[in-house]
Write a protein that binds this ligand. Structure first.
Ligand SMILES: Nc1ncnc2c1ncn2[C@@H]1O[C@H](COP(=O)(O)OP(=O)(O)O)[C@@H](O)[C@H]1O
Ligand SMILES: [Mg+2]
Length: 369
């Protein structure tokens, strides 16, 4: 363990009552690492002894896994006359405090299949036993109502909180649910950023393991609001294999990087067309577009035709140093399932396409835990 590793561990410790960690609050002044011992110098200006003690306890618990001796020095070097500064005055108050992981599904441009990926991953995680929330933040082109076949208005509680709709065992919310005529005035704010924030604050999400955010394409206001207001576990970039989509995804990924949100991986969508078929009679060899097709001894074949350039997702994931989480082919099934309001991962979890989404969901979850 070096200093960097220790700091990474400290980033998992939140200041009591906040969803923000002690490192990002600037409370860790220094770390000195010896082979078997570590000293952490903290600066906590709060006078709240209980909170300090809780930080010390959590810190010891985390670091004693790696060191025989863990020492902690706390100073509070605010001028003694000045009132103690609680972090909430410096930072944004915690939102989505009861949500373990927030994952944004992002892309550089529209139409690459972001909403389809978001809905399928959310369904897969719910089937895998997680408490899942799915939030469609595409204010100008919400697609969750169609993708999940939902056409209801959410109800409101007495204290003006919206109750998310339930579908396929998950909680879902979309601007598409509330953009009708009866939209409550508080939801009609002119500022997209403000509206986005309300989706977190004024929706009764309850406790969740994962919240999947279906972002609008690009690097606009919503993305910025998000990164400023939320502690996101990371972003998944969806791209098609073509170069133009890739150039856009690069911009998006670089934005997340700049604001310290890790990019968890890249998904290449519409990555080739799978042709399946069967030949009759005595056929020993076959080609499609000049490429050899493997025939099994019953004459069945499965051939992936790369309609667009292939390998783009892989190239981009390598450049970003993140995993290529999966390649999802173009498939009429995916499209018709989405249009029918039941994502493939929900309708046919055991099919090869269903498995693909389930595998990606599983990999994502284990990379977070
Ligand atoms: N792998 C795929 N195969 C076939 N159609 C797809 C695939 N992924 C998405 N689509 C279709 O492409 C269209 C755009 O997808 P969508 O998820 O709405 O994209 P985005 O949210 O990025 O704008 C939809 O009609 C959807 O059904
Ligand atoms: Mg969309």
């Amino acid at each position: 363990m070096n200093k960097e590793n220790v700091l990474d561990k400290l980033k998992t410790i939140n200041y009591p009552g906040f969803s923000r960690d002690i490192v990002s609050f600037g409370m860790v002044k220094d770390v000195i690492v010896d082979e078997k011992a570590v000293i952490v110098y903290l600066n906590i200006t709060s006078q709240n002894e209980a909170k300090k003690q809780e930080v010390v306890k959590n810190l010891k618990q985390v670091l004693s896994e790696y060191f025989v001796k863990v020492s902690i020095e706390i100073s509070g070097d605010a001028p003694s006359q000045a009132p103690p500064i609680e972090p909430q005055q410096q930072a944004h108050p915690a939102i989505l405090d009861n949500v373990k992981h927030v994952i944004a599904i992002a892309s550089g441009k529209g139409g690459v299949g972001k909403s389809t990926v978001a809905a399928n991953l959310a369904c897969a995680m719910a089937i895998q036993g997680k408490k899942v929330g799915l939030l469609d933040l595409d204010i100008y082109g919400p697609s969750l109502p169609i993708v999940l076949g939902l056409n209801e208005q959410p109800e409101m509680t007495q204290d003006k909180k919206l109750i998310p709709l339930e579908k396929f065992g998950m909680k879902v919310m979309s601007f598409g649910f509330i953009s009708g005529n009866e939209t409550p005035v508080i939801w009609r704010g002119p500022l997209v950023a403000r509206m986005t924030e309300q989706f977190f604050r004024d929706v009764k999400w309850g406790e969740l393991d994962v919240m999947i955010l279906d972002l609008p394409p690009g690097t606009g206001d919503i993305q910025l609001t998000l990164t400023q207001k939320l502690r996101m576990s990371g972003a998944v970039m969806v791209t098609t294999p073509q170069d133009i989509a890739l150039a856009d995804v690069r911009k998006g990924a670089d934005m997340f990087r700049k604001v310290n949100t890790p990019v968890l991986g890249v998904i290449e969508n519409m990555s080739g067309l799978v042709l399946e078929g069967e030949v009759e009679g005595d056929v020993s060899a076959m080609t499609i577009n000049g490429e050899n097709v493997d025939l099994d001894n019953t004459g069945k074949f499965s051939f992936t035709m790369d309609l667009f350039k292939t390998g783009g997702g892989k190239k981009e994931s390598e450049r970003l140093g993140v995993p290529l989480l999966g390649k999802i082919p173009i498939s009429p099934e995916i499209m018709s399932a989405t249009d029918a309001g039941v994502p493939v991962a929900q309708k046919d979890p055991d099919s090869s396409l269903g498995q693909l989404y389930h595998q990606i969901a599983q990999n994502l979850l284990s990379s977070l835990d």
